[in-house]
Design a protein around this ligand. Structure first.
Ligand SMILES: [Ca+2]
Length: 199
């Protein structure tokens, strides 16, 4: 009888250990969640990588949802046909979720007091900003118009030319503005990337 209870105890401990392992949580310190990147003509993707505290992908691979609160949604120019305010992507074997978001608009959480919420398997994970090839409207005001035009070229040029940090010009979230950002925005500028805004 004694050995039987010991067996049950060991079995229970094993079950607890297995359960603990199964509920590995996404970890902000190891995960890589840059500012969300959107572009009105498409062709500019956005990826984030969700990892656990050990720096490993979660198993099973989680679903990542990007959620725009109303305050952030109104700062965004949505292309017709682009799902909003939720965009969903599975993560791959490396923990990476990749999105192609047809929209424009820069949102700096430090000044806008809003941003894009990132959820992992439906659970709030973090909030990040948003950057875009479409920063400004034709008049140069910080209101996206779903078009990458001359005024956007003007907005990008000085920070890019002088390698001066500006939140809205840092398209790869490396906290620097330079050639890597120029490479991302240049095709959109050259092609005058644009879409029909959602009604
Ligand atoms: Ca950069």
């Amino acid at each position: 009888m004694k050995s039987q209870s010991r067996f049950i105890l060991v079995a229970l401990l094993a079950l607890v250990a297995a359960t603990t392992e199964a509920v590995a949580q996404p970890d902000l310190a190891t995960s890589i969640v840059p500012n969300v990147r959107v572009s009105p003509g498409g062709g500019v993707s956005y990826s984030c990588t969700i990892l656990d505290a050990a720096g490993l992908p979660l198993d099973p691979a989680p679903i990542v949802t990007l959620s725009w609160p109303p305050a952030a949604a109104v700062m965004t120019c949505w292309c017709a046909g682009q799902p909003t305010p939720l965009v969903v992507s599975p993560t791959d074997a490396a923990g990476m979720a990749t999105f192609g978001i047809a929209a424009g608009g820069c949102i700096n959480p430090a000044t806008a007091f809003t941003g894009v919420d990132v959820l992992v398997d439906g659970v709030y994970f973090t909030t990040v900003g948003q950057v875009s090839t479409d920063q400004v409207n034709a008049a140069g005001a910080p209101v996206p118009n779903c078009a990458v035009g001359l005024s956007d070229a003007v907005a990008f040029t000085l920070p890019l030319a002088t390698a001066t940090y500006a939140f809205c010009c840092d398209l790869n979230t490396d906290l620097a503005v330079g050639i890597a950002d120029a490479v991302i925005v240049t095709p959109a500028l050259r092609n005058a990337s644009a879409c029909v805004p959602a009604p």
